[in-house]
Design a protein around this ligand. Sequence first.
Ligand code: NAD
Ligand code: DAU
Length: 334
Amino acid sequence: MKLLVTGGAGFIGSNFIHHILEKYPDYEIVNVDLLTYAGNLVNLAKCQDETRYTFVKADICDVDKMNQLIADVDAIVHFAAESHVDRSIHSSAEFVRTNVIGTQVLLDAALKNGKKRFHHISTDEVFGHLGLDEPAFTEETPYDPSSPYSASKAASDHFVRAYHRTHELPITISNCTNNYGPFHHPEKLIPLAITNILEGKRVPIYGKGNQVRDWLHVSDHCTAIDLILHEGKIGETYGVGGNNQPSNLQIVQKLIALLGKKEKDVTEYVADRKGHDFRYDIDYTKIKDELGWEPSVTLDKGLADTVTWYQENEQWWKDVKSGAYQDYYKMHYK
Ligand code: NAD
Ligand code: DAU
């Protein structure tokens, strides 16, 4: 099996590439990534010399390049996206371009090159948000995105489904909750909190910190994608969740405890995010019943491992914060 992974230099994509290369000794991977600010080839340094792995720097909106790459693979696993909600509030044009147009370009190329198998990675944010006592999102929950980011992901999901209904393209979609773990960019809450505390800076908490996210270790997300890719029913969507419901403040408090600090010394309350979704929660009964998937990493173990990873990989996150990580491509590929 030869896979085209889009956005493989990002957080989840790079974890997925490691997962596949380790688990399937006969699989090949082509990683196409534009290396935006979120793309970091250092994440993949371990497979740099692996003959089954190829990196191509390209934009998923490049029609000719995507046709050329897709002609040569068996399946596409599509991670590439602008993924940060706060950036989409400041400026949304890139979100429409990559998340909507890029996805449409890939779908067209998959269609024109023999109806290639296409798995689309999406988010629970397309469903909007929940109150504290409302039941979790399911695959049947109507779309109600709040941010320009989630609106663009919702549009991409609709395109993926439309290519299945109209053209019988063999697709699957997964809508996952918040991931955390190694290689997570320090603009997102958990790595931002860990690295700020390690640097002696404060952790900005939006509003009162009472919003709730459903956290899933990235390794569990990778096993879910692997299962859906290989055993998922064509045309179907699967919700993937972590069954964890801490508030943002509770998450930060857990990290503070792991790092041996005092809350009053390392937190600062800042203005809330515009249109801030209150709570996410995904009911993963469908993937559990159909494919036997369940999260395996508890939140406490996953957070402890993640703190250790950031402590042991100080150069990685310092280079991300300083921008030095971008030299890796120039050193190894130019
Ligand atoms: P990320 O921002 O870490 O990585 C995105 C990658 O896409 C980067 O390597 C970037 O360089 C690449 N990219 C961006 N624009 C591109 C373009 N035009 N052409 C080619 N490559 C491009 O994102 P992530 O957190 O790893 O998320 C991956 C996917 O999973 C996204 O589709 C996101 O919506 C989805 N998702 C993320 C989470 C989460 O908690 N992080 C949860 C659910 C779903
Ligand atoms: O639910 C899945 C989504 O999770 C993915 O689709 C997105 O790509 C991913 O970025 C993530 O979105 P969130 O907005 O939930 O993640 P973020 O880490 O940015 O924020 C988590 C929560 O923490 C959110 O309620 C906002 C809050 N927050 C965030 C930052 C960066 C803070 O309180 N302070 C901060 O500095």
